[in-house]
Design a protein around this ligand. Sequence first.
Ligand SMILES: *Cc1c(COP(=O)(O)O)cnc(C)c1O
Length: 333
Amino acid sequence: MLLSQFPRIHLAHLPTPLEFLPRLSKHLGGPNIYVKRDDCTGLGTGGNKTRKLEFLIADAIEKKATSIITPGAIQSNHARQTAAAACKIGMKCELVFEKRTDNPTELYLNSGNVFLDYLFGAKIRVVDKGSDMEAEMQKVAEELRNKGEVPYIIPVGGSNPVGELGYVDCALEIIKQTNERDLVIHHIIHATGSGGTQSGLICGLKAMKSEIPLLGISVSALKSDQEEKVFNLACNTSEYLGLSGIIKREHIVANSDYVGKGYGMPTKEMNDALIMLARLEGMLFDPVYTGKALAGMISLISDNYFNNDENILFIHTGGTAGLFAYQDQLNIG
Ligand SMILES: *Cc1c(COP(=O)(O)O)cnc(C)c1O
């Protein structure tokens, strides 16, 4: 009911599984850890952006677009999923990448997501760090219009009220799955970047009157900046849903203690967390987002942030294609 008024196309394998991680939970000796497998959304190796794209691409189709333009860092998972989605519906895809990390390696520039972008036939342009991405995308849009195309710009991370509907839906899916199993979740944790995942989730939770606290582990911005960004997005999205007023400032909680030297820069704790999950659960995480969020979760567990009898749900937002781009920067022993 909440979402049926909005146009949507089918791109993701839904519902994604919700799994218990028995060996990790035992190893850490804290709360029971569950994982929501949004890395398994299925499109071009999957990830969280596919849920957003179900609504964004539907909007692009309504607006008769022929070409999608979207920005990102060079190893953007969002860009890779957008490129795949464009193929699936027969649109062109133009990616505008910001050289966000200093001294990028050869693998970072060409492997992982970038390899897949080219495989999906996307066109890539790279601009300098700190460029006005909006202006750069407008330039591309103008070029395309001159060629008779109808461009549709998707903002960074697909984070606007249209895209965030995908994570409103994910919150509803989590509530349904946990109710069916009589599972009480005490905390939800995930990596937060452009902010759409967190703002969509909080809107979905609050629309359902859920009190589960949501914690975003920041992968770049400072806590106060990240919270402010997510709060603004969530206010806009709740309004778009016709539910303005459901979001309070205190619903938005981010932790930026696990960023390390900056966006996309590996940390030892991330490296250790990737190895731990691989060797205890046979599960892959990524260096930029989920690995840092996991490092945050593991550290919070050892600081007794959670009670040992609680159930916590980690949302795996994907990104494992990026692992290959970091092969020479990870130390796997
Ligand atoms: C984009 C991304 C995130 C962050 O989601 P936002 O909605 O941008 O905050 C987390 N994990 C992965 C793997 C991502 O690609």
